[in-house]
Every structure is written in structure tokens, then in C-alpha cells.
Ligand binder design. Structure first.
Ligand code: UT7
Length: 362
């Protein structure tokens, strides 16, 4: 039986560090409020021009590919997760394919916001296990700083998000036979992805969403587009009024998201452990999506995990949505916190709602 292993991992964050105090230039907020409510001290913002979601993804991908000991020409499938693509369409996958001068391979974009990387990894896992592909590049990248409301009106969202990218290369490993699928000395040790678990509940899709531009024509909700009359709404995709009313920025009912997140995170982590007959005490490291340090701490407390079993870096990078899990995974690995044979759980929850987990043996 084939399993999927992470053969290489990389990350990229922009050089520009933006502290909480830097945000005071734009909005009424405070370092104290942001740290107390979110744990965030600083985040990175990409260059206004020159750096995009794709270029950051490319930087992370180059490192991951090099660490896997292969070249871009060896990649046979791209999966790119982001909610802040360079274009409405086409997706970042093809832009990365072009930038890295890869062959005419398939490129798939995943739009699952905070859980985008978990979904992307799960899709890649299926393609590896079936033997369809041998070297899949999975990228999570975001350039949030370009699409946030930096006035006081948008402060509940804008202080949270940061820019960055993470990438991994997936390869097959023969889990049962002990024979390396690609000369891997660890084959047979149980290395690789043990299971993935994906969920969604669209009942509250609009409480964490960016509505515009979109084709909804306001038929589903009376807020926050209620300022428009029926004639105006009918064929509207993007208007001056939307921009004037800041309706082209993300909307979030933070407290509702928070309440759901602290239920679904532990649930989906336990689902992964139970599926494999394992317990929280078996876990070497949990990498939760970096949504809010308070959410991670709640999950840690609920699952009775020690500090050394959970990795957080939201303090430095903010919430980088689809990039947060691969960035945290990469950083933890670079710090030597993940060793061969370790049991690692990746988990995320966010807009949709969508959530999921991946349990793997490193
Ligand atoms: O990764 C995607 C998934 N997203 C999440 O998981 C986010 C989950 N939610 C959260 O992390 C939290 O709800 C937030 C950090 C977004 C907000 O924290 P909160 O404790 O839920 O604050 P709140 O929205 O209830 O606002 C409390 C107060 C309000 O003032 P009043 O009405 O009590 O006077 C806000 O206007 O804090 C105010 N406020 C701020 N004050 C200073 C909101 N944002 C700010 C700010 N600086 N940046």
C-alpha cells in the first residue's frame, strides 16, 4: 500500500514587519487590545507592487522542491490554496506553473480559506495513493494586506491578517512493505499521511466572507448590502457605492466564528486520532491553523496537551489563512521540533465553515 509523505517543505514571509503600533497610523486600536484578544505582536506585509500571492508561493515552493532533492521539472501536479489570488481568475496555480517554468502539468486551485491547505493536502494525498502522481507541489499563500479595510471600521479583521506562503512536496512511500517507493530509507517505519478528515457547514457561510465582487446580486441577505434598492442590486457585480461603503472588504462576525472554532478544532483532531487508534498523549506536535492564539490555547486546554505538543507562531505572522499551517509546520521543522517518526496533526477551521485535519507520521 502506498502512503503519502512530505518530502520537502519551505516557507516565505515578506521582509516588511508591521507591528501592532504601526497600525495606529491607520486606525484606532492598541497593541494591548490586539495582543490580549489575538496574541499577535506583528505580521508581515508584502511589497505593494512586485510581490503577489503567486510570487510568495513560488519562493516557498523553490525551497520545498530543493529540500525534496528534485527540480521544478519533476513536479507533476500543482495544488494552490489561497483566498487572495492575484486574479479573480485564472487561479494562482497556473501563474506558479508559468513562473517556475514547469511542464504542462495539471494545476488546481483550492478555495477553502483557512482550511485551504488541509483540503489541498488531502487532495494531493489521494492522487499520490492512487499512483496518479509522484511529485505533487502543494502551496498555501496569501497577500491579505492588499484587501483589508485599514480604517477603524475594519479593525476587527485587519489587525488579524498577515501575508506569507508555505509549500510542500508530496511523494509516495511504500508503507507496508518496507520497500522505498523512491529510495526512501524510512519506508516501512509507518511514515506518511495516516488519514485526512474534511468537513463543511454552509449554514453560516456569510458570517465570515468577502461578498464582492460576486454574482450573488444580494438575493441571500439584507445586510450589509441593504443600502441598495432592488433596481440597483439586480445586475451589480461591483459598483462605486460598494467601494464607498467598504463592501469590497471581508466581513466577519468574530465571536460567532470563535465559538464554532473552539468546538470543531478539538472534534476534528480527535476524529483523526480515533480513526488511527491513537490518543492525544501519542501526539508529538499539533499544528493548528493560526487563527487566534486564544483559540489555539483553548484547544490545547480542551485536549490536555502540554505546551511542547502545540506549535504557535501567530505572534510573529498574524493569521495567514491558507499559508498558516505550512508556515508553522516548516518553522517547527526548521527548529528541530519535528523528528523522523513523530506523530504530527495539522488542523484548521475557517470561513465556509470548512474545517479538517491531517494526521501524519513524519
Ligand atoms: O482564521 C479565520 C477564522 N477567524 C477566526 O477564527 C477569528 C475568530 N474570532 C476572533 O478571533 C475574535 O472574535 C476577534 C479577535 C476577531 C475579535 O475579538 P473579540 O473579543 O470577539 O472582540 P469583538 O469583535 O467582540 O469586539 C469587542 C470590542 C468592540 O468594542 P465595543 O463594542 O465593546 O465597544 C470592538 O469595536 O473591541 C472592539 N474592537 C477593537 N478595539 C481595538 C474590535 N477590533 C478592535 C481593534 N482594536 N482592532
Amino acid at each position: 500500500m502506498k502512503r503519502t509523505k512530505i518530502a520537502g517543505i519551505g516557507m516565505y514571509v515578506p521582509q516588511n514587519v508591521v507591528t501592532n503600533n504601526d497600525l495606529l497610523k491607520y486606525m484606532e486600536t492598541s497593541d494591548e487590545w490586539i495582543q490580549e484578544r489575538t496574541g499577535i505582536k506583528e505580521r508581515r506585509y508584502a511589497q505593494r507592487t512586485g510581490e503577489t500571492t503567486t510570487t510568495m508561493g513560488v519562493e516557498a515552493a523553490r525551497i520545498a522542491i530543493e529540500r525534496a532533492g528534485i527540480s521544478p521539472a519533476d513536479i507533476d501536479f500543482i495544488i494552490f490554496a489561497t483566498l487572495s489570488p492575484d486574479y479573480y481568475f485564472p487561479g494562482c496555480g497556473v501563474l506558479l506553473q508559468r513562473a517556475m517554468q514547469m511542464k504542462e502539468i495539471g494545476a488546481l486551485d483550492v478555495r477553502n480559506q483557512c482550511s485551504g491547505f488541509i483540503y489541498a493536502l488531502s487532495v494531493g494525498d489521494q492522487f499520490i495513493k492512487t499512483g496518479m502522481y509522484k511529485n505533487i507541489l502543494v502551496v498555501g499563500a496569501e497577500k491579505h494586506s492588499f484587501g483589508l479595510d485599514f480604517s477603524t471600521r475594519g479593525r476587527n479583521i485587519s489587525v488579524i491578517f498577515g501575508d506569507g506562503a508555505g509549500a510542500i512536496v508530496l511523494q509516495p512511500v511504500n508503507a507496508n512493505t518496507g520497500q522505498a517507493a523512491q529510495g526512501d530509507p524510512l519506508a516501512g517505519s509507518g511514515q506518511g499521511i495516516l488519514s485526512t478528515h474534511l468537513h463543511s457547514d454552509g449554514a453560516a457561510a456569510e458570517i465570515l466572507a468577502m461578498y464582492n465582487p460576486g454574482t450573488h446580486a444580494n438575493h441571500w441577505v439584507d445586510q450589509p448590502l441593504a443600502d441598495f434598492n432592488d433596481n440597483e442590486i439586480g445586475d451589480m457585480f461591483m459598483s462605486h457605492e460598494m467601494i464607498d461603503n467598504a463592501q469590497n472588504f471581508p466581513f466577519m462576525d468574530g465571536q460567532s466564528v470563535f465559538k464554532k472554532a473552539i468546538i470543531k478544532f478539538p472534534e476534528v483532531i480527535l476524529e483523526a486520532l480515533n480513526k488511527n487508534g491513537l490518543q492525544t498523549s501519542d501526539l508529538n506536535l499539533l499544528i493548528p491553523h493560526q487563527a487566534n492564539l486564544r483559540i489555539s490555547q483553548f484547544v490545547q486546554h480542551k485536549l490536555k496537551l502540554r505546551d511542547d505538543q502545540v506549535y504557535n507562531n501567530i505572534q510573529q505572522y498574524g493569521n495567514t489563512t491558507a499559508a498558516s499551517v505550512p508556515i508553522a509546520l516548516c518553522e517547527a521543522w526548521e527548529k528541530g521540533m519535528i523528528k523522523e517518526g513523530d506523530l504530527v496533526c495539522l488542523a484548521a477551521f475557517g470561513s465556509g465553515f470548512t474545517w479538517g485535519s491531517v494526521l501524519l507520521r513524519w
